[in-house]
Design a protein around this ligand. Structure first.
Ligand SMILES: Cc1cc2nc3c(=O)[nH]c(=O)nc-3n(C[C@H](O)[C@H](O)[C@H](O)COP(=O)(O)OP(=O)(O)OC[C@H]3O[C@@H](n4cnc5c(N)ncnc54)[C@H](O)[C@@H]3O)c2cc1C
Length: 482
C-alpha cells in the first residue's frame, strides 16, 4: 500500500464515494447494488471493455475469468444447500433478464452429469436428496430409472438423456478395474434446471445497464496500489482512502472495493491467506454453419446439453485425468471444452506483505503466456472428445487457453470488510472459486442482505484447504508440470 501525497482530493460531502476495482462479474454486481443503495460509485478497470465489449477473443484483454463465451449454470451443489437455493434465486433473475436483454443471457439447455462408474457417487446422491428436500426432484432424470425416463419423455427432455459408448476405454489394466471403472460404466443424471450463461454478453449487459443507471466507469486504468492516509489522531493507524493508478494519478474515496478476480492478491496482498490463483485449461473447436451443417445442428443448445464427466480413469502416473466438461456450440460456432482435473498453479516470489509458502505465492500468468495448455490437459480433453464428441476427434483445436480461477481456502467466496483497523476503507469481493459467474444477478443484493455473511466472511481462523495447502512443491505448479 502507498501513502497518499495529497490531502486536497477529498470525497464530496453527503453520499459516500466508492471505488470498485475490477469490472468483472463480482465488481459489476456489487457496483450496481451499491449505486442502487445511494452510493456514488466509480469502477476502475484495466481492460478496455468499452472498446472490446468483453470480446473473449480480443488479444488485448488481460486475463479475466468473466470474459468468456459461456459458463455453466447449475444448482446442483451436493451438501451445499445454501448455494443450491441461491442458484435458483439467480436462475429466476436470469430468466427475467432474458426477457429484457437484446439477446438471451441464459440458456436452460440442461446438463448431463456423467459419472465415473455405473453407480451415482456420494455427491450426486446428496444433490438428489437435496433436490427432493426442496421439492424439485422431478427436474432431475437419472439414466436407467424407468420413472425418470418416462418423465423425461413427457416433459420433452428424453432427447438430451444421451448415451455414449465408453467401451473404447476397454484397454485398461487390472488396477483400473480395481478403481471401479468397468469400461461400460455410464451412470448419469440429466439436470433440466441447469444450462449456461453467456458470460461476456452478460458482463456487457450489466456494464451498460450500470452505466445507464449512473455508475461511472473508467477503462484502461491499472490500479497500482491502495492509498493510505493518516487519520486525525496521530496515534491512530492510517486507513485506506483512495487508489494510486499506474499513471501516477491518485484518486481519493471513502471506500475501495477490491474485485480484481485472480489479480486481487496483487493489489491487496493481505487477501493471500484466503485465495490463490490457479488455471483451468480450455480448448475450443470452431464449427462453420455451412461446411459443418450437421454438427452445427447436433451441437446446438436445443439438442445438446452441457456435459460434465468425472472420469476415474487414471493416467500412467496414477493421476486423475477426468473432470472435463463441454458446452453446446455458441451462436458463433464455438464448442468449448474445459478441463479441471488439475488446476495449475504458477508460484512466483511473493512480497513480504503476503501470506506465502516458501516465500512464494501463485499468481496468474499474463494473458500472452496463457495460450498454451499443459500436455496432461490436452490429453484429457482429447480422450473426452473421442468419447463424447467423436466427429471432432481428428480436428485441431481452434484455440486453447489457461483461464485463471480465484480459489478460496474452502471454495466459498470472500465478500467482507477485512477486520484490521489499518485496512479500514477496504472491502473485498472475490474468491469465485470456479463457480461465481452464475450468481452475477444476485451477488450484490445477497451481500447487502448479509444472508451469506457467515460463509463469505474474512476467515483467517479457517485452515487452508481446497488445494491451497499444497504450495510450490505440489505437482500442479506449472513451473514443475510439463
Ligand atoms: C476456467 C474457469 C471456469 C469457470 N467456470 C464457471 C462455471 O462454469 N460456472 C460459474 O458459475 N463460474 C465459473 N467460473 C467462475 C467465474 O468465472 C468467476 O467466479 C467469475 O468470473 C469471477 O469474476 P471476478 O469479477 O471476481 O473476476 P474477473 O472476471 O477476473 O474480473 C476481475 C477484473 O478486475 C480487473 N483488474 C484486476 N486487477 C486490476 C487492477 N489492478 N486495476 C484495474 N483492474 C484490475 C481485471 O482486468 C478483470 O476485468 C469459472 C472460472 C474459471 C477460471
Amino acid at each position: 500500500m502507498s501513502e497518499s501525497s495529497k490531502t486536497g482530493s477529498q470525497p464530496a460531502q453527503g453520499r459516500q464515494n466508492i471505488i470498485v476495482v475490477g469490472a468483472g462479474i463480482f465488481g459489476l454486481s456489487l457496483a450496481t447494488e451499491l449505486h442502487e443503495r445511494g452510493y456514488r460509485v466509480t469502477v476502475l478497470e484495466r481492460n478496455r471493455y468499452d472498446q472490446t465489449a468483453y470480446d473473449p477473443l480480443d488479444a488485448s484483454t488481460e486475463n479475466a475469468a468473466s470474459v468468456d463465451h459461456n459458463k455453466i449454470f447449475r444448482a446442483s451443489y451436493g451438501k451445499k444447500l445454501h448455494y443450491q437455493r441461491l442458484a435458483f434465486e439467480a436462475r429466476q433473475r436470469w430468466l427475467e433478464l432474458n426477457e429484457q436483454a437484446d439477446t438471451p443471457l441464459f440458456s436452460a439447455c440442461g446438463m448431463l452429469r456423467v459419472q465415473p462408474s455405473n453407480t451415482l457417487d456420494a455427491l450426486e446422491q446428496e444433490t438428489l436428496r437435496n433436490m427432493t428436500r426442496d421439492g424439485i426432484r422431478s427436474s432431475q432424470f437419472v439414466e436407467g430409472e424407468e420413472e425418470d425416463a418416462n418423465r423425461a419423455e413427457a416433459q420433452g427432455w428424453a432427447h438430451k438423456l444421451l448415451r455414449f459408448d465408453l467401451r473404447q476405454q476397454d484397454e485398461r489394466s487390472e488396477d483400473e478395474e480395481a478403481q471401479g471403472y468397468n469400461g461400460h460404466c455410464f451412470a448419469a443424471t440429466l439436470d433440466s434446471t441447469a444450462g449456461f450463461i453467456s458470460s461476456s454478453e452478460a458482463c456487457r449487459y450489466f456494464q451498460r445497464r450500470a452505466e445507464a443507471l449512473g455508475v461511472h466507469f473508467r477503462f484502461g486504468v491499472q490500479v497500482q496500489a491502495l492509498l493510505q492516509q493518516q487519520q486525525a489522531h496521530p496515534n491512530a493507524p492510517r486507513v485506506v482512502r483512495g487508489v494510486l493508478l499506474s499513471s501516477g494519478q491518485e484518486i481519493a474515496c471513502d471506500q475501495v472495493i477490491v474485485a480484481c478476480g485472480s489479480s486481487s492478491t496483487q493489489l491487496f496482498p493481505a487477501l493471500s491467506y484466503h485465495v490463490e490463483s490457479s488455471a483451468g485449461s480450455v480448448a475450443a473447436f470452431q464449427l462453420d454453419a455451412v461446411r459443418d451443417a450437421a454438427l452445427w445442428e447436433k451441437y446446438a443448445a436445443e439438442r445438446f446439453p452441457v456435459i460434465t464427466w468425472k472420469s476415474a480413469v487414471r493416467d500412467g502416473e496414477g493421476r486423475d485425468t477426468g473432470s472435463v466438461y463441454v458446452l453446446p456450440r455458441t451462436k458463433e460456432g464455438v464448442i468449448k471444452i474445459g478441463y479441471r482435473g488439475v488446476k495449475y498453479t504458477n508460484f512466483q516470489a511473493a512480497p513480504d506483505s503476503a501470506y506465502s509458502q516458501k516465500g512464494q505465492w501463485s499468481i496468474p500468468l499474463p494473458s500472452v503466456s496463457s495460450h498454451i495448455i499443459p500436455r496432461q490437459s490436452t490429453s484429457s480433453i482429447r480422450t473426452f472428445v473421442q468419447l463424447f464428441l467423436p466427429e471432432l476427434a481428428q480436428r485441431p483445436f481452434a484455440w486453447t487457453k489457461l483461464c485463471w480461477y480465484t480459489d478460496s481456502l474452502d471454495n466459498e467466496f470472500v465478500v467482507d470488510r477485512p477486520p484490521k483497523e489499518e485496512w479500514s476503507g477496504v472491502f473485498v469481493c472475490t474468491g469465485g472459486s470456479g463457480h461465481g459467474a452464475k450468481f452475477l444477478p444476485v451477488l450484490g443484493k445477497v451481500r447487502a442482505e448479509g444472508v451469506m455473511k457467515s460463509f463469505w466472511r474474512w476467515r483467517e481462523d479457517k485452515p487452508r484447504g481446497n488445494g491451497l495447502d499444497e504450495g510450490p512443491d505440489g505437482d500442479r505448479n506449472l513451473n514443475r508440470a510439463t
